[in-house]
Design a protein around this ligand. Sequence first.
Ligand code: SF4
Ligand code: SF4
Length: 146
Amino acid sequence: MKRHNEKQPNLATALAEIYAELDTRIQEKTCSHCTECCRFAQTGRTPMLTAVEAHIAAQAWKATGRRFRKKEDGSCPCLDDLQGRCLIYAARPFGCRSHFCTASGGTPPRRNVADLIRRMEDLDTSFTAPRSLPTVLKSLGAKFSM
Ligand code: SF4
Ligand code: SF4
């Protein structure tokens, strides 16, 4: 039987493949990179993560060496306010990769990505209910003393 840590590279690779496939299905958008969609208090739309996504996002966050800090304005903790960029861009979750505001083309229909969502959920052998991105980072922040 494989130990838990022996499965991590496979999970990371499998998730990366899903993200790569998703990126091929997203049409070119006219995103201005205004970062509004990373400001959940404004949009009312907070990304939900599967357990594997949460693990990979947390690893990426840990690699930044930053401490977890809840934003008073309700924006994503991974958003660098000064530079207006995502600090975990390569590991940003599915919801961030597939969400676009209406002005920039909108979110792709679920039927176009439903198979990828199923594949992602199948990666979670002990699947837990999706959790919000800030909740994931907060709980893992305590774990990793971020
Ligand atoms: S998708 Fe829309 S809200 Fe999000 S960064 Fe691009 S232009 Fe801004
Ligand atoms: S993870 Fe990155 S792309 Fe997603 S909401 Fe946070 S800052 Fe924005």
